[in-house]
Design a protein around this ligand. Structure first.
Ligand SMILES: [Zn+2]
Length: 253
């Protein structure tokens, strides 16, 4: 079985995932909890939580990469849920590595690039300004689709049940922001977007979309943020020959 030193893997990921591009991110991106020195098996998950950590221990994972980490803007105290989570990691010597905004934006492995690729939408340009930096892309389908065809494509591809609100007859120019990205609806007119896809439903997006004649599709925060970590896992398998496994813990939200 192939292995790699933990510090070598961390330095590789910091550069490959372009962490320095998002130094303002509220998430403490990079190594959040240090485990054992040698990494043989990688785990990938969306959320850092006790369920995922226990599964990881059972699967003999020594290095876990997540999109939503444990440390957001600094830890205030290690008690309650936070204590239990960190204890689960330390007890099994698992390292925790978080990658938040860089993994939404990343042109190769990011959630949004992967969503476009998986849904056969050709990437056209950047989209979704968040704290002054685009974290996503908009793209064009090969041919005009109905909103129904588009949502069934999403549901089949991501294993989700999306909800949609129709304000336009066609789906062709699609703006995508994984997770809780409703704020980007404001950019729809600028890019001539007819359909906006994000994760979490937002009441606030409704009247804006109505007046801009833009379809709304909400495919789930979780479901739209699984593609990024999976792509990173595949890259590490190829690059270092490490074993890698995705730990699924869907929220349905
Ligand atoms: Zn998220």
């Amino acid at each position: 079985m192939k292995s790699i030193q933990c510090d070598k893997l961390v330095s590789f990921l910091d550069v490959r995932l372009c962490l320095s591009e998002f130094s303002e991110d509220e998430s403490a991106n990079g190594l959040q909890v240090e485990g054992g020195k040698t990494v043989r098996k990688i785990g990938l998950a969306v959320d850092a939580c006790e369920y995922v950590f226990k599964e990881a221990a059972q699967k003999k994972i020594d290095f876990l990469i997540v999109h939503h980490g444990l440390i957001w803007g600094g830890l205030k105290s290690v008690s309650g849920v936070v204590r239990n989570r960190i204890k689960a990691l330390l007890d099994s010597d698992i390292s925790l590595y978080a990658c938040h905004l860089p993994l939404d934006w990343h042109p190769q492995y990011g959630n949004n690039s992967e969503l476009l690729r998986l849904l056969s939408i050709r990437k056209m340009g950047e989209f979704g300004k968040y704290h002054g930096k685009n974290i996503s892309y908009w793209g064009r389908t090969a041919k005009e689709l109905s909103l129904n065809d588009f949502t069934s494509r999403i549901d089949k591809t991501l294993g989700t049940r999306s909800s949609a609100v129709s304000f336009n007859k066609k789906v062709r120019n699609v703006g995508v922001v994984s997770g809780g990205g409703w704020f980007a609806i404001n950019e729809a007119e600028k890019y001539n977007i007819d359909t906006f896809l994000t994760g979490e439903p937002s009441h606030s997006a409704y009247t804006l979309a109505e007046e801009m004649k833009v379809n709304l599709v909400f495919a789930g925060h979780y479901a739209t943020e699984t593609p990024g970590v999976k792509a990173v896992g595949n890259m590490l398998k190829k690059k270092f020959g490490l074993a890698a496994e995705f730990i699924d813990h869907p929220t349905g939200l």
